[in-house]
Design a protein around this ligand. Sequence first.
Ligand code: UPG
Length: 458
Amino acid sequence: MKVGVIGTGYVGLVTGACLARVGHQVFCMDNDTAKVERLKQGIMPIYEPGLEELVQQDVDSGLLSFTDSLATVVQHAEVLFITVGTPSRPDGSPDLSAVRAVARSVGQHLDSRYRVIVNKSTVPVGSGNWVRMLVEDGARSPVAAAAGDGGVAVLQAPPELHFDIVSNPEFLREGSAVWDTFNPDRIVIGAESERAEQVMRELYSYWVAPEEPDRTPVPLVVTDLASAEMIKYAANAFLATKISFINEIANICERVGADVSRVAQAIGLDKRIGNQFLNAGAGWGGSCFPKDVSALVSTGQEYGYECSLLRATLAVNDTQRKRIIEKLQRELRILKGRTIAIWGLAFKPHTDDIRSAPALEVATQLLNLGCRVVAHDPIVTAAQAQVQVPDLQVTPSALAALEQADALVVMTEWPEYAQFDLAEVSRLLRGRVVVDGRNCLKREAVQGAGLVYVGIGR
Ligand code: UPG
């Protein structure tokens, strides 16, 4: 099939590359011409394991191409994915201006051939209808005739449109997005018509109707538009709540002398609970959970419902970062004038994404308290981090960050942090305190090196 992907961010690029890999002809479009040029040269805008190789192979096979021309994509593709960003506005509601602009422009370029327009960006419930309206509005707008008309806009009669809107939420985790795309737990399609559903079944046939007998079909859930949109929010809100729940349990564990790791392990063995997303720590960040939980609260409010559980999920997450500062204060007493080393800036390992990263929030709070903060991350660069926290010092060596530091705080569980020689860590640190904000170090080993170990809920 011929597929257009509008927006080459995380979701768009990964989706486009994976669909090309299974044999579709994919056109990835972005209005950032410089980004398109870099993609053509094989330079990825994000760090994601396996993506660069995949894109390169797809480009070599001729199945993946990049363009900045929306007209080209709309003309060639029978399925059009909208994968542009929907960041949070200050009040927590999502900023849909990019979706609005793309939907209208798609409408302006549509002709009378049938198209399926797929919302893959996480958009509030009800957006499917709204996108339909925008596409229709776009189609009614004046269209300038092609180049060579001397710049004079020529009014053309709007074509008779044949299109359906589909909601097809993504469930990709940064750091394993390519793997997740090839191995999804389910594929969700919210479709307006049987015709659109059939197109999507064919598009995803590699997953839902595999030809190889040894591959198990991925469950396909077909719903109405609103339910598909809700599934995405409900999944992220549930996962975020699960983490806030275990963080709350951790906070009680600390007070009663229990170990949250053992508690999580045991409750996770109950299949009704499940053992994933039960790691207590400094809280969740990233581009999805904070934005999506806030957006769901905002949708509830819009429709006259107060989301008290989800507000608590957000509140627990917010205070969880402050607990790192409290722990430092408890150990060091005065924080003003102290040097604190932070290991890990990305919101989680195997990504360079620092959006809503707990590490940067903790660094900001420490700087505001008069500390000097020296951080290390295996991938995030000083330039990247300093856009958000200008006074943060970032060193390319994890061990160098420890020199003259009164305490070490581990904020991202990069595997290499658990492998350092703790005797060396102990020798370099001026102070004795190690706050393990991700429970990723071995407590006994840290203590064995003469350091004070402070974990979360243990
Ligand atoms: N986290 C914990 N404890 C856990 C698991 C995760 O604190 O037990 C934190 C993690 O450190 C990170 C955040 O939770 O800060 C989110 O982690 P993760 O879900 O792995 O990352 P994302 O890439 O943000 O993926 C989420 C959903 C994915 C969805 C995506 C965008 O997992 O299904 O597609 O958001 O909506």
